[in-house]
Design a protein around this ligand. Structure first.
Ligand code: E4P
Length: 216
C-alpha cells in the first residue's frame, strides 16, 4: 500500500519523506488556505521534495475552466496529478487529461457508481472520502470495499486512494479493504507508530538495563 500525505505543509512532508514514508502528496484548496502560501509556489516546492504524484486541484467547475487550470498545473512539474471533482464536467476533463497522458485524481467520491464512472473516464486515482461519510453515520469503509470489488470485477486500473482519513483505524481498515493508496494528515501518519504496550515495554527495558549497571 502506498502512503500519500494529505497536506500542503512542506516541513511536515520533508520530515516524513526522510523516513521514506511519502509515496505522494495530496492537496486541496482548503489545505492551501491553511498553509497561507501561494498555491503554485507551494505545489512546486512539494513537487521538488517528493518523487511520487502530487495532487493539485482545479477550482473551476466548468470543463473549459478545468482544462485551462489543469494545463497550467501540469506545467509545474512532471509529477503533478491534476485533481478534478466528481462532476460531469470533471469526468470530461479527466478523460481529456488522461487521453493526453496526464495523471488525474478524481476527488469528492461518495458512491460506488461515481467510482465506476471515474474508472470509465480513465482516472489514475479515485478518492473516496471515508471520514466525511462516517461523519454522517454512513459507512466509509464499506465504500472502499465496494469499489475494490467493482474494480476487480472488471480489471479497472484506476487506483483507489482512500481519503478523508481521520484515524489510525482508517489506515489499517483501508489496507484490509484493498485500497491501493491511503492519504493521511501528517498527525495520523505519525500516530501509526503508537501503542501503549510498546511505550510500557520500552520503559521496563530501559529501567531493567539501568539496574544492570552495564553499558554497550
Ligand atoms: C484528499 O485528497 C482530500 O484532500 C482530503 O483527504 C479531505 O479530507 P477531509 O475530509 O479531512 O477534509
Amino acid at each position: 500500500m502506498k502512503f500519500f500525505v494529505d497536506t500542503a505543509d512542506v516541513a511536515a512532508i520533508r520530515e516524513l519523506n526522510a523516513l521514506g514514508l511519502v509515496d505522494g502528496v495530496t492537496t486541496n484548496p482548503s489545505l492551501i488556505k491553511k498553509s497561507g502560501r501561494d498555491f503554485k509556489e507551494v505545489v512546486k516546492e512539494i513537487c521538488s521534495e517528493v518523487e511520487g504524484p502530487v495532487s493539485a486541484e482545479v477550482v473551476s467547475t466548468d470543463y473549459d475552466g478545468m482544462i485551462a487550470e489543469g494545463n497550467k498545473l501540469a506545467e509545474i512539474a512532471p509529477n503533478i496529478a491534476i485533481k478534478v471533482p466528481l462532476t460531469w464536467d470533471g469526468l470530461k476533463a479527466c478523460r481529456t487529461f488522461t487521453g493526453e497522458g496526464k495523471k488525474v485524481n478524481v476527488t469528492l467520491c461518495f458512491s460506488a457508481n461515481q467510482a465506476l464512472l471515474a474508472a470509465k473516464a480513465g482516472a489514475t486515482f479515485i478518492s473516496p472520502f471515508i471520514g466525511r461519510l462516517d461523519d454522517l453515520n454512513l459507512d466509509g469503509m464499506q465504500l472502499i470495499q465496494d469499489i475494490r470489488q467493482i474494480y476487480d470485477n472488471y480489471a479497472f486500473e484506476t487506483e483507489i486512494l482512500a481519503a478523508s482519513i481521520r484515524s489510525a483505524n482508517h489506515v489499517s481498515e483501508s489496507a484490509l479493504a484493498g485500497a491501493d493508496v491511503v492519504t493521511c494528515p501528517p498527525a495520523v501518519l505519525q500516530s501509526l507508530v503508537k501503542h501503549p504496550l510498546t511505550d510500557k515495554g520500552l520503559a521496563d527495558f530501559v529501567k531493567d538495563w539501568e539496574a544492570t549497571g552495564q553499558k554497550i
